[in-house]
Write a protein that binds this ligand. Structure first.
Ligand code: UDP
Ligand code: MG
Length: 308
């Protein structure tokens, strides 16, 4: 069986209202790039009619594949599942809510071909989303770029196109907690960017709850930076320096006869030290739970059916 030139991976979780425009626009732009493509829609345990609609599309056009996961695994897992099934020379990742405009795929493809690079990521220069979402995203990218020294990743998400070399490199990472934009940068190769303005989704709310966004942000921080756990050491050292000065101060006060120190300072230092200790226990807990998850070695996704 010959393999397609381009595989487009789209995770779908309860997007029934958007599937039609999404696929129409995607097929239109892919047709302008090559005849030889496949679209892999990964149904991430949708509970609406998404799967039925996807099946109908598959019956009309066999370039349309549907990878059905056995339940909801989250969109990073859905993309990962798509990686394993993509057969194309080039692989594209695109969200299924039309926030990533399919038309941009053509620009990304042209950039990839003309510059002979391995990966093209879409960079958002504007966002037209709710203020709180924008704020969360901005703060995440601000902190992440500083924590992980991945400055180039600011405002880069999943939307991307890359070749098979890059795909194999990504597939060689087996970690369970994954932040794919980070991995895509970590593997190296020649990486180019095209800029676009990110629209809000046409209908429905984001399928990623704030809780899921935080979890993803934590995955990014903890797997791409040692800073959280190193901060324990630095804070501890700083505390010891403070302690030296405090001891001097207390001893001198004692000798000079200014000793009646109140309970405020005592209580404050107890509160302060206790909360610093709890904070760092929490951070260590994050690492331990991640280590535990990795050693459990559970699958990242489970496939129920592949309709190709
Ligand atoms: N998605 C998914 N599984 C999930 C949550 C989301 O496959 O558990 C899909 C969703 O259908 C969409 C894409 O991932 O195609 C991005 O989701 P969303 O728009 O909710 O994320 P945001 O744009 O807010 O980051
Ligand atoms: Mg979205």
């Amino acid at each position: 069986m010959s393999h397609p030139h381009i595989s487009l991976i789209i995770p779908i979780y309860n997007e029934e209202a958007l599937i039609e425009p999404l696929l129409e626009r995607s097929i239109h732009v892919l047709n302008s790039m090559t005849e030889d493509f496949e679209i892999i829609a990964v149904d991430d345990g949708s509970t609406d009619h998404s799967l039925r609609t996807l099946r109908e599309y598959h019956d009309k056009d066999n370039r349309m594949k549907v990878l059905v996961l056995s339940r909801n695994f989250g969109h990073q897992a859905a993309y990962t599942a798509g990686y394993h099934y993509a057969k194309g020379d080039y692989i594209a990742m695109m969200d299924g809510d039309l926030q990533d405009p399919p038309e941009l795929l053509k620009d990304m493809y042209d950039r990839l071909i003309t510059t002979d690079c391995d990966i093209v990521s879409a960079k958002r220069i504007h966002r037209q989303e709710k203020f709180t979402r924008r704020l969360l995203a901005k703060s995440f990218h601000f902190v992440f770029a500083r924590l992980s020294a991945m400055q180039r990743l600011v405002d880069v998400g999943n939307f991307s196109l890359f070749n098979r070399k890059a795909l194999s490199a990504m597939l060689s990472f087996h970690e369970k907690h994954r932040y794919l934009p980070g991995l895509r940068s970590l593997i190296g190769f020649n990486h180019e960017y095209v800029e676009y303005s990110r629209q809000d989704r046409p209908t429905g709310r984001s399928r990623m709850t704030v809780r899921m966004l935080f979890r993803l942000a934590f995955d990014a921080f903890f797997s791409f930076s040692d800073l959280p756990i190193k901060a324990c050491l630095w804070t501890g050292l700083f505390g010891i320096v403070l302690l030296v000065f405090a001891t001097l101060y207390i001893l001198i006060s004692k000798v000079v006869g200014l000793a009646p120190l109140g309970w405020s300072s005592t209580l404050l230092s107890i509160y302060f030290l206790a909360s610093v200790q709890l904070l760092f226990l929490g951070i260590i807990g994050e690492y331990i739970s991640r280590i535990y998850r990795e050693t459990q070695n559970r699958p990242i996704f489970i496939v129920q059916e592949y309709i190709d």
